[in-house]
Design a protein around this ligand. Structure first.
Ligand SMILES: [Zn+2]
Length: 361
């Protein structure tokens, strides 16, 4: 597939990620596909042994919400949604035999929208906020998937489970402006849900959506998709602008003690990655550089939803080499349930995603 066509497909597929609460569509009649039944994503459960596995310190459950410490900083795992995606949107560039080899279902996959809440310097800091009621729009778009296990708009309840409300959130780092990262900022009436939060977003991301001129795009379908993307981003930008602090372009910046951002441009024009910990222990929230554990094993193959797949692909191997070298704990925001937090170990000429067992004795 030509590069330009792949970029177009990525952009077109990305359009769904901006759909808000009011754009929900009734799902198409569900198709039962026996391929998904009993299929397990064994890409995450290989027997490859880690030589030096990182450990999650001070792990605990608080009313069903898992937490642990990185370098003395407590982090909670806040889930906003479990969404059934049609596999074709994610894996269109993955050959069928590779899908089979990694036991990735060819019809649909259940992914989460799961976000860190970081307690740092007396502040409650969220890394993205899920899709909120905008999850309904994504469920509608993924109309051919069986949504019996889809659950959306869970973030506020999960905050309450650990004794917090949206009012208690002091800062939100928006890694990029896709629905499952930014739409949770607003309620169904498009009113701000986090009145006391400073919202950090990269200036590159902000400018990209503001400066984009869809009218210069000749292809009518692509023009329509880009127009939708821009409309969604700017609709949210308008509501949050008074609370925004821009993260300027730069290599690595410390937003809070031990909490750093750095560019991870490719999936969107200005996506950033966030890391926690400056000592022996480190955690990376790599946002959508990897959308599914299988892309850790096949880092040279493009994933759906990337605005610039070549640019995103160029990030993957250097990041994975660094994650391995630093023995880092990793957070896959979209990874399937029970695989969100893990680490990588080398396998063949790539890596294997190895999730932590989050059960607490
Ligand atoms: Zn995204």
């Amino acid at each position: 597939m030509g590069n330009s066509r792949r970029i177009f497909q990525g952009i077109l597929a990305s359009a769904v990620l901006f759909w808000g609460c009011r754009s929900a569509q009734p799902p198409e009649p569900q198709q039962q596909n026996s391929e998904s039944e009993g299929a397990e994503e064994t890409a995450t459960s290989s027997q490859t042994a880690a030589v030096t596995a990182p450990t999650l310190a001070a792990r605990q459950l608080e009313n069903g919400v898992f937490s642990f410490e990185i370098d003395g900083t407590r982090i909670y795992q806040i889930t906003d949604a479990e969404m059934n995606y049609e596999s074709r949107y994610l894996f269109s560039d993955v050959p069928e035999e590779v899908m089979k080899q990694h036991n990735v279902p060819s019809d649909q996959v259940l992914l989460t929208w799961t976000h860190p809440l970081i307690k740092v310097g007396g502040k409650n800091v969220m890394l993205d906020v899920g899709g909120g009621c905008g999850g309904e729009g994504v469920r509608g778009f993924m109309g051919k998937a069986d949504h019996s296990t889809t659950r959306v708009d869970l973030l506020q309840d999960n905050l309450k489970a650990i004794g917090l409300t949206a009012d208690d959130i002091d800062a939100i780092v928006v890694t990029h402006a896709h629905t499952d990262h930014i739409n949770g900022l607003l309620n169904e009436n498009e009113e701000m849900l986090f009145p006391n939060a400073t919202i950090y977003i990269s200036k590159v991301e902000w400018d990209f959506w503001n400066d984009l001129d869809p009218e210069t795009i000749e292809d009518p379908l692509r023009r329509k998709a880009i127009t939708g993307l821009k409309e969604g981003a700017l609709r949210h930008f308008a509501k949050i602008e008074s609370q925004v602090v821009y993260i300027d372009e730069g290599d690595r910046q410390e937003l809070f003690p031990g909490v750093f951002t750095e560019p991870a441009y490719g999936h969107t024009a200005g996506q950033i990655m966030v890391s926690v910990g400056s000592g022996a222990q480190k955690m990376y929230y790599f946002s959508d550089v990897f959308l599914h554990p299988v892309f850790v094993s096949i880092p040279d193959i493009s994933q759906g939803f990337d605005a610039d797949p070549e640019r995103n692909n160029a990030l993957k191997r250097p990041f994975l080499e660094r994650f391995e070298r630093e023995n880092a704990i990793l957070w896959g925001q979209n990874f399937p349930p029970k695989t969100v937090i893990g680490y990588v170990v080398p396998q063949d000429d790539a890596w294997l995603w190895t999730p932590f067992d989050l059960s607490v004795d």
